[in-house]
Ligand binder design. Structure first.
Ligand SMILES: [Mg+2]
Length: 386
């Protein structure tokens, strides 16, 4: 069944083929992301293009679509506008294997090209713009973190997210204290503890609730806007207790896979800020509904987004279009992490406008253009960090 929001007069097209390419941007010197014990030598991107038989193309990106090719025939020949059906098939594939959600993004982009609608309007049309927060990545000395914060403020960001993960928790806390002392209230601060997920080679145990509670109370004293992923993603009781006793808002759910898991997070009052990334979790239709549920409960829906510019734009459409979020995450930590690196698949990097907002246009779908030459120059057999 086609999505009911569209006129019945739209012609019926067919999905003709799905094209998946891998790319790697060399990073020299390697990029030391706080949440990855191995410095990253390459920035991978997998680009999904879905073609219909009328010449429209939809674009998506996210995980590497491992194992997807064997299932492409489930989509070829189908009506591209049957988005709910496609999302259900993708949910089945997600349950059985890797995260295939870049195809959902590409299908929504394609639907936008067929109907002429931008995705921010397809998901609700509440707004077409968001204020970005600078999401840092590198664990620096306190004085250097002050420099990052000043640069973020000077670049027009109203908020900055710091990372924890230094050898000593005191050093992590001192980084936040130093930024707060130097910049006062001129910048909102968030802290990501990154305890909710692990790279394959990272076998450290996540924090327990007692430790997280001590950190939460310190962050509350420092007026931190939210504490992100303080515990294992399944420690529902721990997160609920932190919310009750820690004095600081709790964020999480960036890679939570299933809708019923979000229901538990809602019902057990685990989170103030819900962060599922549309290129990794559930797709646009389900997250549009989840965003509404989250808002109804008085919480904030604002996705994780730490991939390339295609994912950033997809999450921007979702968050602006569903409304109600104060900030959207923007990976930014120069010189190691810049818009040029992050958005290498795009013709133009995503940059805030003169007022410091990320603004979307009336262009159909995602409204992006790929840099085909750059993609050709970065083609690779795989999408890995080495
Ligand atoms: Mg995070």
């Amino acid at each position: 069944m086609r999505w009911s929001g569209w006129p019945s007069t739209l012609p019926v097209m067919k999905i003709e083929r799905i094209e998946i390419t891998h790319h790697q941007l060399a990073l020299d010197p390697p990029f030391p992301a706080s949440w990855d014990p191995r410095p990253r030598e390459r920035f991978p991107a997998t680009v999904v293009r879905v073609h219909d038989d009328a010449g429209h193309v939809g674009i998506g990106s996210g995980d590497d679509m491992a194992g997807f090719e064997a299932h492409a025939s489930l989509f070829v020949g189908e009506d591209p506008l049957d988005l709910d059906r496609h999302a259900q098939v993708l949910a089945n594939l997600d349950f059985l294997g890797a995260r295939p959600w870049p195809l959902d993004v590409a299908l929504w982009d394609l639907a936008g090209h067929i109907t002429g609608e931008p995705i921010w309007r397809m998901v609700g049309g509440e707004s077409r713009r968001m204020r970005p927060y600078a999401s840092s990545a590198v664990l620096r000395e306190p004085a250097e973190m002050v420099g990052v914060a000043e640069r973020a403020r000077d670049a027009g960001f109203g908020a900055l997210k710091l990372r924890f993960g230094r050898p000593s928790l005191d050093d992590d806390l001192e980084a936040v204290r130093s930024v707060r002392r130097a910049l006062g209230d001129t910048l909102e601060l968030m802290v990501d503890c990154n305890q909710g997920w692990r790279m394959p080679w990272d076998v450290r145990p996540p924090w327990k609730v007692g430790q997280a509670l001590r950190v939460a109370r310190e962050l509350a004293e420092l007026g931190v806007r939210w504490m992100e992923e303080p515990l294992h993603r399944g420690d529902y009781g721990g997160m609920a207790r932190l919310r009750r006793e820690g004095g600081v808002a709790i964020a999480g759910g960036e890679l939570t896979r299933e809708r019923h898991e979000f229901e538990v997070l809602l019902e057990r009052d685990c989170l103030d800020v819900f962060q599922p990334d549309v290129v990794c979790c559930l797709g646009f239709a389900a997250l549009r509904e989840l965003a509404a549920r989250v808002r109804e409960r008085g919480h904030i829906f604002t996705p994780h987004t730490w991939g390339n510019g295609i994912g950033l734009v997809a999450n921007l459409h979702l968050t602006a279009g569903t409304g109600g979020a104060p900030w959207l995450e923007v990976p930014w930590d120069p010189p190691e992490w810049t818009a040029a690196r992050r958005d290498f698949p795009l013709r133009a990097p995503v940059e805030p406008d003169a007022d410091g907002w990320l603004a979307l246009s009336d262009a159909p779908g995602l409204g992006i253009e790929l840099d085909e030459e750059r993609l050709q120059a970065t083609r690779s057999e795989r999408a890995t960090y080495r």
